[in-house]
Design a protein around this ligand. Structure first.
Ligand code: ZN
Length: 283
């Protein structure tokens, strides 16, 4: 059905054992630094794109320089789509085993479209699913960043690497080493920033991945307007960070709301002591 993929699987069978024997621990990981990278794969004719590039029929382009370029009204007009994530357990590999240091959602100054996983510089980061590397470059904000397009149309993004181990157009399997963790770009302390996107729209990764148990939650992901609604709601919410000397009534006045509403939204009492820097939901 897909000549390139079939060819890669055959090579994997001959040369590696970890393709089918994936293990979840650093010490026992058999990391594959190499990826499939042949002149045949790189020098395709654009007419072959439908066969060579994952879900080229959905995206109709293959941009290897722009990280986010779709900007589609997709989420407002979406028909429910069911994406098949894996056929077998070894079709998913947890990108990095570490605790979450930042969730998807609001940040003080900007929205956070991914999940941050703590790591030490130089620790391995693995491809979550098989797919083709669309982006492998240095970005001002993401630092050294990789975007992989998967056969079901999902894209995963991995950022802040100290070193990249794959190149654009490489075809990787789930569990392949794609880079070494780091602190490049807009990052304060080594971590992996991990995003899941469909047609450019960010999806909270917790819809498909259980980060506590480092495993996939489901074999099928239902993409519908609901899945993006959380992002829309979160972005619409207003927050305030408490400054020195502020009280609930100061803040309520500032935003044209009431102390009782602030207490209700934040599950606090009127008598609660506010901390400097405390995040309060305003609406
Ligand atoms: Zn992040």
């Amino acid at each position: 059905m897909w000549p390139v993929k079939n060819w890669i699987i055959i090579v994997g069978l001959i040369t590696t054992s970890d393709f089918f024997g994936q293990n979840h621990g650093y010490s026992s990981f058999q990391l594959k630094e190499h990826t499939i990278n042949t002149p045949e794969l790189i020098e395709w004719n654009i007419n072959d794109s439908l066969h060579r590039i994952p879900t080229y029929d959905v995206y109709c382009h293959w941009d290897t320089s722009e990280i986010h370029l779709y900007n589609s009204p997709f989420k407002y007009s979406i028909d429910t789509t069911h994406l098949h994530l894996i056929y077998d357990e070894c079709d998913y590999a947890h990108p990095h085993f570490g605790h979450i240091s930042s969730e998807f959602g609001h940040r003080k100054y900007r929205f956070h479209y991914g999940i941050d996983i703590k790591l030490e510089k130089g620790e391995p980061v693995l491809a979550a699913f098989e797919g083709m590397v669309r982006i492998a470059k240095k970005s001002k904000t993401y630092g050294n960043v990789i975007v992989i397009r998967h056969p079901n149309g999902l894209e995963t993004l991995y950022a802040h690497f100290s070193e990249l181990k794959v190149k654009v157009n490489d075809y990787v399997q789930a569990g392949d080493l794609i880079g070494l963790g780091g602190n490049t770009g807009r990052s304060y302390g080594s971590h992996l920033h991990f995003e899941v996107r469909f047609k450019g729209e960010a999806i909270n990764p917790i819809y498909l991945i259980d980060f506590e148990n480092c495993e996939l939650k489901t074999k099928n992901l239902k993409i519908s307007k609901t899945i993006f609604q959380e992002t829309i709601d979160l972005k619409a919410a207003k927050y305030h960070y408490v400054r020195q000397g502020e009280t609930l009534s100061h803040i309520a006045r500032k935003y044209g709301t009431s102390v009782s509403k602030l207490c209700y939204y934040n599950k606090i009492k009127e008598s609660s002591l506010l901390q400097i820097g405390q995040k309060l939901k305003i609406q």
